[in-house]
Write a protein that binds this ligand. Structure first.
Ligand code: CA
Length: 546
């Protein structure tokens, strides 16, 4: 990690008890009467976006955690609206997924291929188009795109990943903190003296703080305009630092392990075997860079155990911390939903709950994302809009994070720009479906081996099959290592093998299917303007391995 020493010092320095400022308050009680005012027919949009919150940790998805970890408030959105079972991320890491959401375009079009790219704020985004059409637009919480946010009437964002306790934030009225690529914590002394002009510190737990700021935005917005608020949480990203009030949650129980927890990768390619995002050697043991110190001493304590027991116990520490962060997220989403009810905003507000990607919660013995496997590919995606969506609806179509932008524009009555690459979900939300919709999706993870040794790959997923090509080249992308990984294919029949435990790429029974999928994959690459011809080294690899 860049500036790791500074960051560690910073984390310790801003721990509990640091000087803090109060949250800005509401302008007055009488104003509450007007809060439900809206601007006519166009719906408000409340986009609640968390970080690394996987579908099995949302109880409405009835996954392996739903018996022990309930999310009643997030589930409310599904119960009163629609749950999407197959919403997929086009590039499963934080920064790229955020850029896909904003632009409605694949990474190759919005230029955020990796975690290290800086978003070009001059490009077209859906908040800009909404704002131009008269929406009051806001962004609160995690941004993670490095450049100054554009297209928002108001923003208040965490620098970079932000911290869980007493977070610093940069408000739209303040000078942008990293115009020169610097972090606010590059000058710790100035922060401690309260002299840093780029950030302001808020006292409390980050999920509460972001929620309070979000509700202040709703209270103080101009009442004659529809609003679009992107309320973006830091939770449940690592290091999964939970609020003290949840410290005893799940204390007396064992959280179930996923069925693939002890996956031995026997019938798989090399990529997953080489990956270091394994629970048994995970950062829960090796890296406990936290403000709270919640994992301090864990490496010593677990290090003495035999490997199998160490893996089991590491998982319990990890998953309990994670689910405690989820508990806070859920309670805070409940606060926002209650606020919408009390102010009469529920009726004319589209509420979305989603996360920037999925994440492994011990499945295949992993704990991060990046791979095109189901757990990191799938995003929770729930939408409520009483005017158009029937309660308890479930959709199984393949939908993508690049569809969100067009959906919002569609609802706002704004013409959808031709260069956006998604498909509005409004017909699906109305309960209709169409033969013209996509039946296959294209995925690409661009970073080659800088994180967990995970190799660059792309692939196609249809309703039944998944074909992945690990091309294993950095291609000069930011952060990638100039250390090729051996190319290889993986192919899964999801109907027979939903947990992706058997790579059947070389099974003669699938020869024709694989051949057809390769053509379909190339067609999708062409459709999205992500062809390989501009990378001669990749074309060389293709010659040998296709
Ligand atoms: Ca993320």
């Amino acid at each position: 990690m860049k500036n790791s020493l500074n960051r560690r010092d910073f984390l310790r320095a801003v721990g509990f008890g640091a000087a803090a400022f109060a949250l800005p308050g509401c302008k007055g009680a009488s104003r509450a009467l007007k809060l439900g005012a809206n601007s006519g027919k166009r719906p408000n949009i409340l986009f609640i976006y968390s970080d690394d919150h996987a579908a099995p940790a949302v109880s409405a998805y009835h996954g392996f955690l739903s018996g022990v970890a309930k999310t009643p408030h997030i589930d409310r959105i599904a119960n009163e609206g629609m749950l999407f079972e197959n919403c997929f991320c086009t590039n499963s890491i934080c920064t790229p997924s955020r850029a896909c959401v904003l632009t409605g375009k694949y990474s190759n079009k919005n230029s955020i291929l990796t975690l290290d790219d800086r978003f070009d704020g001059s490009q077209q985004t859906f908040p800009k188009l909404l704002r131009k059409a008269g929406y009051y637009t806001g962004l609160i919480g995690k941004w993670h795109l490095k450049s100054q946010p554009t297209g928002f009437d108001y923003y208040n964002v965490l620098p970079d990943q932000g911290v869980y306790f007493n977070p610093f934030m940069c408000e739209s009225t303040m000078p942008w903190w990293n115009k020169e690529g610097k972090h606010p914590w590059d000058n710790l002394e100035a922060i401690e003296r309260g002299e840093n002009k780029n950030v302001k510190q808020y006292k409390g737990y980050v999920t509460d703080v972001i929620t309070d700021l979000g509700m202040n935005f709703l209270k103080n917005r101009p009442m004659d305009k529809p609003f679009c608020l992107m309320l973006q949480h830091k939770a449940t990203h690592d290091m999964w630092e939970y609020d003290k009030k949840h410290a005893h949650l799940y204390e007396d129980i064992d959280i179930p392990e996923p069925t693939t927890f002890f996956d031995d990768y026997k019938n798989r390619g090399q990529a997953i075997k080489r990956s270091t995002q394994k629970m048994d050697i995970a950062r829960v043991l090796l890296n406990h860079e936290t403000q709270s110190g919640q994992f301090d001493g864990l490496d010593k304590k677990l290090g003495k155990l035999p490997p199998r027991e160490r893996k089991k116990q590491a998982y319990q520490y990890f998953i309990k911390a994670y689910l405690r962060c989820v508990a806070s997220l859920d309670e805070n989403i409940g606060r926002v939903l209650d606020f919408l009810d009390k102010t009469g905003l529920t009726k004319n507000t589209i509420v979305i709950y989603t996360s920037d990607q999925g994440v492994f919660l011990g499945e295949h013995g992993l704990f991060d994302k990046r791979f095109m496997y189901e757990e990191s590919l799938r995003m929770p995606f729930l939408v409520r809009y009483p005017k158009e969506i029937k309660p308890h609806s479930v959709n199984k179509d393949i939908v993508l994070n690049i569809d969100y932008a067009e959906t919002f524009l569609d609802y706002a009555g704004i013409p959808i720009p031709k260069d956006m690459q998604g498909e509005s979900l409004r017909p699906l939300l109305k309960g209709k479906t169409s033969k013209d919709r996509r039946t296959a999706m294209y995925y690409r993870y661009w970073m080659n081996r800088p994180h967990f040794n995970d190799a660059a790959h792309y692939g196609i997923r249809t309703e039944r099959y998944k074909l992945i090509f690990y091309y294993g080249l950095g291609l000069g992308t930011a952060g990638s290592l100039n250390k090729p990984a051996p190319p290889e294919w993986e192919f899964f029949d999801l109907k027979k093998d939903p947990n992706e435990m058997r790579n059947v790429y070389n099974d003669p029974a699938y020869t024709d299917v694989v051949k057809k999928l390769k053509l379909q994959l190339l067609a999708l690459k062409k459709k999205y303007g992500d062809t390989d011809e501009k990378y001669p080294e990749l074309m060389e690899v293709r010659k040998k391995y296709w």
